[in-house]
Design a protein around this ligand. Structure first.
Ligand code: SF4
Length: 444
């Protein structure tokens, strides 16, 4: 495994701790490992405190220790305001930034300990442009690392190893701190969210003194208690996912599932070595929708996988029509160095891939358009992401940031990112919605 490791020293007050938490969450999301030892770390981040002289001295000492023990040190936090003093005392420090400079710190880590892996749209957990730490009202919460499956197009297991679930108490502490820091929406991510806890035999952990089982259902229940939006990504349609649907129907977690189906033809899925059985999946989706009609399904698919016939492709189109997949990303298959799928026979010619990609997108756009049309006239909750001179732009519970659609509230220039409002939808296209604000809410 060539995952880069970052050491982290967090000094100072609870506000500094929240900064540390945001930086650590982001680094974990970007695929960095956090290590407790200097020797293991590719570099060390020191989040300093500059409140009183003693705290400054302690910060300078901590930087000195990290320099001596590791040698590659990035400094952030309150004492970052005295960059000159830090550089004078410890001339080898790589970068110095002040408090709340999440983006700069994460950028410096990427610069001085770059990841070797290239972005892979089939399997990467975050969008290729990376995650913006602003707006700060949503955050990614990574619950595990690695994967127990061996999909033939994927090299994650050889890069990151088998599934390692984070202790549930740690995950919940991080979630709580993010919520306390004003985060209104948590996006739960991992390579296989529904497998959470398998590797640790669903052992019982503790959070706030209470026992809590390390499984997806308990995690969702605990996250629901935070009173903010909780959105699940990379869920596989295993039977136990059924347990989560009533929680969605009751409004405890968002009625949204991101399931990377990758295909709809059993023959192709078999060659991909994908988990799950697609015939049962259609039944399962129907059942979910009968329990929670609000459910939005997002997925990703690969067209042109080796051996994909015209029949297979038509089966895929039938699948997305029947499952009424609300949102879908589609990728033309391309080999990834080291993946076993590279040895499969019958590669699909590029022009056929192109043609299937275009047909897929056309069918998907039609489905999405019809489903969004049905929302016209409805009143929905909208979380505001940005505000410009034309109005506010937000998302409904059906839309994940950066990958799904937007809701435009023209004229609402007084709102701020992170506000939650209710709005009545009056227009839709195949991707986005337009709505009129009806109410400001201070609950979530
Ligand atoms: S489930 Fe398959 S595609 Fe996803 S990370 Fe695991 S091996 Fe890769």
């Amino acid at each position: 495994m060539n995952q880069k490791k970052v050491g982290f020293i967090s000094l100072g007050c609870p506000k500094a701790l929240v900064d540390s938490e945001r930086i650590l969450t982001q680094l974990r999301t970007d695929g960095y490992d956090i290590t407790p030892t200097y020797e293991d770390a590719d570099l060390v981040v020191v989040n300093t405190c500059g409140f009183i002289d003693d705290a400054k001295r302690e910060s300078l000492d901590a930087i000195g220790e990290a320099m001596a023990e590791n040698g590659k040190v990035i400094v952030t936090g309150c004492m970052g305001n005295e960059a000159e003093k830090i550089h004078q005392t410890h001339p080898g420090v790589l970068s110095v930034t002040g408090a709340h400079a999440y983006e700069e710190v994460v950028g410096a880590v990427h610069q001085y300990a770059p990841q070797v892996k290239q972005h892979d749209p089939h399997i990467d957990l975050v969008p290729p442009q990376g995650v913006k730490l602003t707006p700060r009202h949503y955050a990614y919460l990574k619950i595990s690392e690695g994967c127990n499956h061996r999909c033939t197009f994927c090299i994650i297991p050889s890069l990151r190893g088998d599934l390692v679930s984070r202790p549930i108490g740690d995950v919940m502490d991080e979630a709580q701190r993010l919520a306390n820091a004003g985060v209104k929406e948590l996006l739960v991510i991992s390579q296989d969210t529904s497998a959470y806890g398998v590797d640790i035999k669903y052992r019982t952990g503790f959070w706030q003194g209470q026992p809590l089982k390390s499984n997806m259902k308990s995690l969702c229940e605990a996250l629901a208690s935070l009173g903010i939006w909780v959105r699940l990504h990379y869920v596989y349609p295993y039977p136990h996912v059924d347990d989560i649907i009533p929680m969605m129907a009751e409004g405890k977690i968002l009625p949204y599932l991101d399931i990377p189906f990758q295909h709809g033809s059993p023959a192709v899925l078999k060659r991909m070595k994908r988990p799950g059985n697609i015939e049962n999946t259609l039944e399962r989706i129907k059942k979910w929708r009968s329990i929670c009609p609000e459910l939005t399904l997002r997925s990703t698919f690969i067209v042109g996988f080796p051996g994909e016939t015209e029949d297979d492709f038509n089966t895929l189109l039938d699948f997305i029509r029947e499952a009424q997949i609300d949102r879908a990303g589609c990728f033309k298959y391309s080999p990834v160095e080291g993946a076993t799928a590279n040895e499969l026979d019958n590669p699909v010619p590029e022009e056929v891939k192109e043609e299937r990609f275009a047909r897929f997108m056309e069918v998907q756009a039609e489905i999405s358009k019809n489903r969004l049309q049905q929302k016209i006239g409805k009143t929905v909750h909208v979380l505001i992401d940005e505000v410009d001179e034309e109005g506010a732009i937000g998302r409904t519970k059906s839309d994940a940031p950066e990958i799904d659609g937007m809701v435009y509230l023209n004229g609402e220039t007084e709102l701020s990112p992170g506000d939650l409002v209710t709005a009545k939808i009056f227009q839709a296209d195949e991707h986005d919605l337009w709505a009129e604000m009806t109410d400001f809410r201070d609950d979530i």
